[in-house]
Design a protein. Sequence first.
Length: 259
Amino acid sequence: MYLRALKGREKALGPDYISILDIVNNLGNLYLHQDKLAEAEKIYCRALKGKKKALESDYTSTLNIVNNLVNNLDNLYSNQGKLIEIEKIYRQALESKEKAFESDHISILNIVNNLGDLYKNQGKLVETEKMYLRTLKSYEKALGSDYTSTLDTVNNLGLLYSDQGKLVEAEKMYLQALKGSEKALGPDYTSILDTVNNLGDLYKDQGKLVEAEKMYLRALEGKEKTLGPDHTSTLDTVNNLGLLYSDQGKLVEVEKMYL
């Protein structure tokens, strides 16, 4: 059906008409669901190429199509581990949106943040920090310091600094994320509990074992309440506590964690 509709509309309207790009995108989705990854990639790339001509005449009406195509290609390439290709489509989408919007528009910042995530997965930590800091500055300006997207980026910076061994900077980010999230969401929201657990990891790395235990216990109590005792995230925190108690030589407490 998609092929029939595509052939008919191409004949009537030309290959780069906006409604045709929708059909091409849907055809790519079909191939993806059928596990025909090569065909899906070919179709998505064709649609992404065609949207450039459409964008030249009408940015705003075509950007939703661009978003869908970028997301679809992102999913496709992520499943295949094609990080270079993911970076390429992010860059293309960023270029298109920067022509249509101001540099701190939310849709642009989301792509910049995704680029930061991608660079982190590639081990490009300097580039990661640059993307996250750009995102954070603009999120704070556009949304405020206590908005969830802003706080997620603060937490991402904390994780990045922790991975780099910049523990003072990491603690600053985690505490900022925790304070803002508690204000906006309440003390037992799952993303807050993840930040609390991250602080526990950080304090453990710093040798602050009392503070680490305090964070882990808070995270565990909150996760058991909101997620249940058998949730994987809850069990991760149980394991963290077990390892901490083992390092402290508290063998009775270790046994309690693992039984």
